[in-house]
Design a protein around this ligand. Structure first.
Ligand SMILES: Nc1ncnc2c1ncn2[C@@H]1O[C@H](COP(=O)(O)OP(=O)(O)OP(=O)(O)O)[C@@H](O)[C@H]1O
Length: 804
């Protein structure tokens, strides 16, 4: 580019920075001023108001001055908050105020406008001219969606068309333009090249300056109830999702708060990996959770839930244990739509017969038996939904309990208890009584005044003496305390034996078919029943049972919902079952959903294909409200790695590598584990020397990770981090990690610990190997101490290098 052009741009940059600086300097005293004012108001709050409650008028006066004072305080605080936000965003802009520019001539206008785009907007003192446009403004979408030539963008007022005369990208550091490119086709590959050539980090980075057109469509999708993104490994799904959160927060800033958005992540480590992107963009983080956390929360403490990682560890390591096949069949079946239908039919059956209840017992006596509940339950109108009948039963139980409670006051244990109350309990009850007494006294005074004014004598009920009632009240209190847990458990619906109801499904084949109208069940059903029931008997639940169990619970008890949440994001969406989606939809009835995933990385048994037209996801909200966007360009890995990994997948042909070159993957064969470990340590040292500081040794399972960790450490592998399912964050360096915990994360170099047929031989292990290899950005090594996995043996030899 011409030197003159550079000079002009640098001058403009200097001017913008001067204005930024001036505004920052202007804001600082204002912020301090407001802060001090608010602090002062808080300090002297009570001095400024005179509290006087001697008469109604004084009380009212006091009330209003307090209210007024509180309003002044909150206004100062709000002002302070807003200015601080502004100050922060200006400071974020200062070192690098923008990354892009477009010159756009709108149809019908004579002069084109120069639009500079950065991470937030900056308006000149006149309050009208934008020196920098926020990347989320409607006009900024031109930058991502178009190349120079005819272009259009959509505003709330309609579409604006015109001609893009220039599209330019900048790399600016500390106020200096380091690089400048005029882009023509896509957003300059040069800048993207440079971004992608950088090293991996322990925290994900924002991609605002190089968002690609198809990613922009994900970010700005406003119309779909459900947006599905199927994208190859490294195609920027997670990146686009996080930018989308930032966009939604900006676009709906008056109505949407960050805590109304929830992201379901594959594991806790991923949570920390992505947690810095939004703050980097000046936004607060959304809520982040894992499905496991949610399931545990709703299940409560009555059952211990196996976690998804223990489940996958079982799938990958327990092949030779008895009844493995049955468990696998069970996992698949329990995640299927057929099972969800079966549960719905079961609920209909329960509407007619077979409900199970837990009787209510008190002091070793049956107060209300399960049988009584059952006959009461089935006495209600059978056309009512189960949940409505449960509600009626609950009301009935509470009423019955009140009647019983009243009767219970005369029981002999109550009198005994009164005598044996220890002083603390007595004091507590007496304290309560005292409060009652105050109420009682007021009522007495009121009644007396009323009597005098109306000249009417009150009825007999007012004529008692408080002292006489003390004993009565004491016994009332004692029984009430005894009944409290009973009432609480009725409110929590503990009288429904959900566990028994779920277990009863697994009694035997004939009754299962009868209760559910099912026709086809897994071949090894008897063994599946046995495993499920044994687990339940131990008050535990397999991971695959958790969602069906909660689903059944809700069919019976009614649905629980969270109406606060407006957007649900599900990352690694291929790992959720149709059941789990159904559950999330019910749980968040007011939310839109964005599901991001890659069926090529579906490593859990309950996987859902996201893109097939018969995918159950399309039925979730109906096809009319669902959009599917596919991402096929892979940005993470160097071209040679993408060429290699895409052939690993049987249907990966549509994955397109980004043109960034690196060494071919290296396949290293060694004799024995000791030699392999020694070679790996040597290779790690060499990779570090090349400047790679995020290196992962990826194993198939957690068990293998532990072995690898010990063995490499014994051979002097210094500073290795072992990553387990409990790890919540990681640092750059060398880590040993099972593949299912490395999901969604990336490393400069990846070393596959053992790529033998034993490790990656079965069909479901193909995707596991693919997932592991696609974590590599720049370099990929695979090791074996025997033969190579069949998935590697069939790869064309020109895709990799060999070493001994
Ligand atoms: N438009 C972009 N500009 C710059 N970098 C990008 C862009 N899109 C993606 N990347 C980079 O590519 C890498 C992979 O992105 P990301 O993790 O979002 O992909 P993903 O599709 O979620 O991958 P996976 O399915 O493997 O978890 C990241 O380093 C990300 O920064």
């Amino acid at each position: 580019m011409e030197a003159k052009e550079w000079r002009t741009e640098q001058e403009r940059l200097n001017q913008v920075r001067e204005k930024l600086k001036a505004r920052i300097d202007e804001l600082e005293p204002e912020i301090t001023g407001l802060h001090d004012q608010a602090a002062e108001i808080r300090r002297r709050f009570w001095e400024e108001v005179t509290v006087n409650t001697s008469s109604d008028e004084e009380f009212e006066e006091t009330f209003y001055t307090i209210k007024q004072q509180a309003a002044v305080l909150s206004e100062r605080e709000r002002g302070h908050r807003l200015l601080t936000q502004q100050w922060k965003s200006l400071n974020r802009l200062f070192p690098s105020p923008y990354f892009g520019r477009i010159d756009f001539l709108e149809d019908g206008l004579k002069q084109s406008e120069q639009i500079y785009i950065g991470v937030s907007s900056f308006v000149a003192e006149d309050g009208l001219s934008f020196l920098v446009y926020d990347w989320r403004t409607p006009i900024a979408s031109l930058y991502y969606d178009h190349s120079p030539g005819p272009a259009a963008y959509v505003t709330p007022g309609g579409q604006i068309t015109g001609m893009m005369e220039l599209k330019r990208q900048y790399q600016i550091h500390d106020g200096q333009i380091r690089n400048m490119f005029d882009a023509n086709v896509t957003i300059g590959d040069e800048l993207l090249q440079q971004m992608l050539a950088k090293g991996a980090d322990s925290q994900m980075k924002s991609i605002v300056s190089t968002i690609q057109k198809e990613q922009n469509a994900i970010i700005r999708n406003d119309h779909s109830r459900l947006l599905i993104v199927q994208g190859a490994a490294g195609s920027g799904k997670t990146s686009a999702a996080l930018q989308r959160v930032a966009y939604l927060l900006y676009k709906n800033r008056d109505s949407l708060k960050a805590d109304q958005i929830v992201l379901f992540s594959p594991n806790p480590i991923f949570n920390s990996y992505v947690s810095s992107v939004l703050p980097e963009l000046g936004e607060e983080n959304m809520q982040q959770t894992t499905l496991q956390e949610y399931l545990e929360y709703w299940l409560g403490s009555s059952l211990r839930l196996e976690d998804a990682f223990d489940q996958i560890e079982y799938v990958l390591t327990a092949q030779s244990t008895p009844h493995y096949e049955a468990r696998l069949q069970g996992m698949k079946y329990k995640a299927s739509e057929a099972f969800s239908k079966a549960l719905q039919n079961y609920a209909l059956w329960l509407g007619r017969e077979g409900m199970l209840f837990n009787g209510i017992r008190f002091r070793d006596r049956d107060l209300i038996t399960a049988e009584q509940m059952r006959s009461q339950f089935y006495s209600y109108d059978p056309s009512l939904r189960l949940a409505n009948r449960v509600e009626l039963l609950q009301k009935w139980l509470l009423k019955e309990l009140s009647l019983m409670e009243r009767k219970e006051r005369r029981a002999s244990w109550v009198e005994e208890e009164m005598n044996y109350l220890d002083s603390e309990q007595y004091a507590e009850i007496f304290g309560e009584l005292h409060k009652d007494r105050e109420v009682f006294d007021i009522a007495e005074r009121y009644a007396a005044v009323y009597e005098k004014i109306s000249n009417k004598r009150r009825g007999d009920e007012g004529d008692f003496d408080f002292a006489e009632r003390e004993e009565d009240l004491l016994s009332q209190r004692i029984v009430k305390m005894g009944f409290k847990p009973l009432r609480q458990s009725v409110r929590k619906l503990s009288f429904i034996d959900v566990q028994g109801l779920y277990a009863q499904l697994f009694d035997d084949e004939a009754t299962y078919l009868e209760k559910t109208n099912e026709i086809e069940i897994p071949v090894l059903w008897p063994e599946i029943c046995k495993q499920t029931k044994e687990k339940l008997d131990r008050l535990e639940l397999f991971y695959e049972d958790a969602t069906p169990y909660l689903y059944l619970k809700e069919l019976i008890e009614g649905v629980r919902t969270n109406t606060e949440i407006r957007h649900v994001f599900v990352d690694e969406g291929q790992d959720y079952s149709p059941f789990q989606y159904e559950y999330l939809k019910k749980l968040f009835p007011r939310a839109r959903m964005t599901v991001l995933g890659d069926f090529g990385q579906a490593i859990f048994m309950q996987a859902t294909n996201l893109q097939e037209s018969d995918s159950p996801l399309f039925q979730l909200y109906g096809e009319a409200e669902t959009s599917l966007i596919r991402l096929v360009r892979s940005y993470r890995s160097a071209r040679e790695i993408v060429e290699f990994t895409k052939v690993l997948l049987s249907d990966g042909s549509e994955i397109v590598p980004f043109a960034r070159s690196g060494p071919k993957p290296l396949l290293v064969t060694l004799e024995g584990g000791e030699k392999r470990d020694a070679r790996m340590l040597k290779d790690i040292a060499a990779l570090k020397a090349k400047g790679f500081d995020s290196i992962a040794v990826i194993t198939k399972t957690a068990a293998e990770s532990r072995v690898a960790f010990e063995s490499l450490r014994m051979q002097e592998g210094e500073a290795l981090q072992l990553i387990t399912k409990e790890t919540v964050a990681f640092e750059k360096g060398v880590m040993i990690i099972p593949v299912y915990l490395a999901k969604g994360i990336e490393f400069d170099a990846v070393l596959i610990y053992e790529a033998s047929p034993q490790a990656y031989g079965r069909d479901n292990e193909r995707k596991l190997l693919y997932t592991a290899c696609t974590r590599a950005m720049h370099q990929l090594h695979l090791y074996t101490t025997g033969d190579w996995s069949p998935f590697l043996q069939t790869l064309p030899a020109n895709l990799y290098e060999n070493a001994q």
